[in-house]
Structures are given as C-alpha cells and as structure tokens.
Design a protein around this ligand. Structure first.
Ligand SMILES: *[C@@H]1O[C@H](CO)[C@@H](O)[C@H](O)[C@H]1NC(C)=O
Ligand SMILES: *[C@@H]1O[C@H](CO)[C@@H](O)[C@H](O)[C@H]1NC(C)=O
Ligand SMILES: *[C@@H]1O[C@H](CO)[C@@H](O)[C@H](O)[C@H]1NC(C)=O
Ligand SMILES: *[C@@H]1O[C@H](CO)[C@@H](O)[C@H](O)[C@H]1NC(C)=O
Ligand SMILES: *[C@@H]1O[C@H](CO)[C@@H](O)[C@H](O)[C@H]1NC(C)=O
Ligand SMILES: *[C@@H]1O[C@H](CO)[C@@H](O)[C@H](O)[C@H]1NC(C)=O
Ligand SMILES: *[C@@H]1O[C@H](CO)[C@@H](O)[C@H](O)[C@H]1NC(C)=O
Length: 288
C-alpha cells in the first residue's frame, strides 16, 4: 500500500502544519523538554503547533504528552498502519508545506526542506529509513556549524573532519561547581559547551536551565538507560571530547574509560583520566 492513511489531523498555524502519524521517538536519541499529562492528542498537538521552538510532539492514550524542540530528536519509530499498545502517535511540524493539499501524507511530510534559521539550525527535513528491519522517520538537520561533527545525538562518534565533538546521553552527573544558562532546547545547551573552550560538560535536570561545568569541576557521572521522562525532571548530559585522532573508533561506552586525553590546551588542566565501575565513570583531572 503506497498511500499512507495516517494523516489523522492537521492543525494549521500560519503556513506551518502538524502531520500526525503512528509511532514513537527512539528513546536513546530523544530529549524532550516539555512534559504534560492529561492532554488528549488534539490538545498535545496544539501545544506544539503554538510553540515556536517545538517541532514534534508525542502522545499516547493515557494523556502523556511530550514536546520536542528543534535539534532534540533525530529518530521516530514508524508504526505505519499498526496501533502500538499505547496507541502512540507523533505530530511533526512542517514549516513549508506544499501550497495545496497533497493526495498522500508522505508528500506533506517527506523530502520537504523546512527553513528554520535559528538555534544553530538552518533547516530540517524528514525522511523514512530502515534500521535493522524497523522503519523509522529520521529528522535530518542542516546546522550552521559546518565542521561535520554536530550530529551529537547520534551515539556513534563522528571524527573525520573535526577536532572536537560532544556526546549526549542520559546520566546523573557529579559536579559541585556549575553556572546556569537559560536555553530553548537541549541542542542549545550542547552548542554552548561546544563553542566555549572552558566548558567540559553540560547537563539539564530541570528545563530550561542548562548547567555548565568547566574542566576540573566534575568527578564523573553515572549512566542511566534512556527513558521517557516522568515529572518535569530530565537527566540529560553532554560531554566534550577533544579528539586525539586515534580513538575515533571508540564509542561512548569506551571513550572515557582507562584512557588519558589532552583536552583543549587553553584550559587549566592538561589531561584527565577516566575509569569505569559498572555504569559509573570517574574522572581525575591533572593540572598543568
Ligand atoms: C481534547 O481536550 C480538549 C480540552 O480538554 C477538549 O476541548 C476536546 O474536546 C478534547 N478532544 C477530544 C477529541 O477528546
Ligand atoms: C488512538 O489514537 C488516535 C490518534 O492518533 C485517536 O484518534 C484515537 O481516539 C485513539 N484511540 C484510543 C483508543 O485511544
Ligand atoms: C504513556 O507513556 C507513559 C510514559 O512512557 C507511560 O508511563 C504510560 O504507561 C503510557 N501509556 C500507555 C497506555 O501505554
Ligand atoms: C584541527 O587540528 C589540526 C591539527 O592541530 C589543525 O591543523 C586544523 O586546522 C584543525 N581544524 C579545525 C577545523 O580547527
Ligand atoms: C570551577 O570550580 C572552581 C573552584 O574549584 C571555581 O572557582 C570556578 O568558578 C568553577 N567554575 C564554574 C564555571 O563553576
Ligand atoms: C565536591 O564537594 C565535595 C565536598 O562537598 C568535595 O569533597 C569534592 O572534592 C568536590 N568535588 C569537586 C569536583 O569539586
Ligand atoms: C564499544 O567499543 C568497545 C571497544 O571498542 C567494544 O568492545 C564494545 O562492544 C562497543 N560497544 C558498543 C555498544 O558498540
């Protein structure tokens, strides 16, 4: 069947449209920043439609509603015409929809360049892809940074064309000293750290406060399995990695383990050493 019978509702706010499909965000690359409970599908979708930074909302049949800001989500499971047990659905915000309604939902959603032009993102486009036999919608961003290393939600390090990168995951940080920054998305928080030479780590527990931790001001973190948030408490962590051009093959689990790296030379600390016990990473910084 080539016709996607999944446009359940369209809400138009100026030229943008919300296109609703069945599916759910892939948890490991998903960083929602607003959670509502007791909202039906229509109201949840409207919350996203009327919020400038929101590009996607997720709801299920128990009234659970999440809003995602631009840059904070890259993969959505595509349930096609199957209802998941929670009747999960995702509403995409499409900024540049075709002038007239298309016959097929796909034509309203896929392959359209949505001009965004803020929060370090120029545009985004939605495509369908298959990973290990499962169909996904992927949200592909065009970033203003062009060093090739800014797809930070992707758990695989990309090291080819850049000298530093960020890693993003769910964890409980250990850090006493931090400064606070008000952000519009998790992606903003990551970009701040990436751009600021003294920043080593950022985290968000309560949106919209991004906590910024300098080199030397953390003793590590404890990984947590990615999960849908409960209450308005999130545990998102990002760490900077200044590439040594040897460990590009390392993934996030092995990156900070038993190795010593030279961070940005502008900083007070020459190197740090990581060690792992279970899901806890402990760091020791060595001053110049
Ligand atoms: C969704 O909730 C809103 C606000 O409570 C209500 O006005 C609307 O009728 C509800 N829609 C459906 C389909 O239940
Ligand atoms: C399932 O979800 C659709 C929206 O995606 C909604 O219209 C329908 O009422 C839901 N059914 C149940 C049983 O919640
Ligand atoms: C809706 O999602 C929330 C959060 O993941 C979950 O706790 C709840 O059980 C889900 N509801 C259904 C009906 O699956
Ligand atoms: C990356 O590092 C190399 C070697 O230090 C340097 O030559 C190059 O200019 C750097 N590239 C960027 C984009 O900073
Ligand atoms: C890092 O910790 C030192 C004290 O150990 C403190 O002086 C400095 O302000 C801290 N930096 C930030 C950004 O919190
Ligand atoms: C955090 O504070 C405790 C005592 O309150 C101290 O022992 C520890 O060294 C501090 N850690 C950092 C990273 O500043
Ligand atoms: C991460 O890398 C290590 C060593 O390179 C490897 O043993 C491990 O299987 C990798 N883990 C994943 C999840 O790919």
């Amino acid at each position: 069947m080539c016709v996607l019978l999944l446009v359940l509702l369209q809400i138009s706010i100026s030229s943008s449209k919300m296109i609703i499909v069945r599916g759910a965000p892939e948890k490991s690359t998903s960083y929602p920043t607003q959670l509502y409970t007791g909202l039906n599908y229509t109201t949840c979708t409207s919350k996203c439609a009327s919020s400038d930074n929101c590009i996607l909302s997720y709801s299920n049949s128990s009234g659970y509603c999440l809003l995602y800001a631009v840059g904070d989500i890259i993969l959505v499971r595509n349930d096609q015409d199957i209802f998941s047990s929670g009747n999960e659905s995702v509403s995409f915000k499409i900024l540049n929809s075709p002038a007239k309604c298309a016959d097929r939902a796909e034509d309203m959603l896929l392959g359209i360049t949505n001009e965004y032009n803020k929060n370090n993102i120029e545009s985004y486009e939605i495509q369908v892809s298959e990973i290990a036999g499962i169909s996904y919608y992927s949200i592909n961003y065009e970033y203003t940074f062009t060093d090739g290393c800014n797809n930070w939600l992707n758990p695989t390090p990309t090291c080819q064309n850049c000298n530093k990168t960020m890693f993003s995951f769910s964890a409980l940080p250990s850090a006493n000293e931090s400064t606070s920054l008000i952000v519009t998305s998790w992606n903003d928080c990551l970009f701040y750290c990436y751009s600021n030479p003294t920043c080593f780590m950022v985290y968000i527990k309560i949106f919209p406060t991004c906590k910024v931790v300098e080199y030397g001001n953390t003793t590590g973190w404890t990984y947590r399995e990615a999960q849908m948030p409960v209450g308005n408490s999130f545990l998102y962590m990002g760490v900077k990695y200044v590439l040594d051009r040897i460990s590009c093959q390392f993934n996030i689990s092995s990156l900070y383990t038993g190795q010593t790296y030279n961070p940005d030379s502008k900083i007070n600390y020459m190197q740090f050493q990581g060690s792992t016990t279970g899901s806890t990473v402990s760091l020791i910084f060595y001053p110049w």
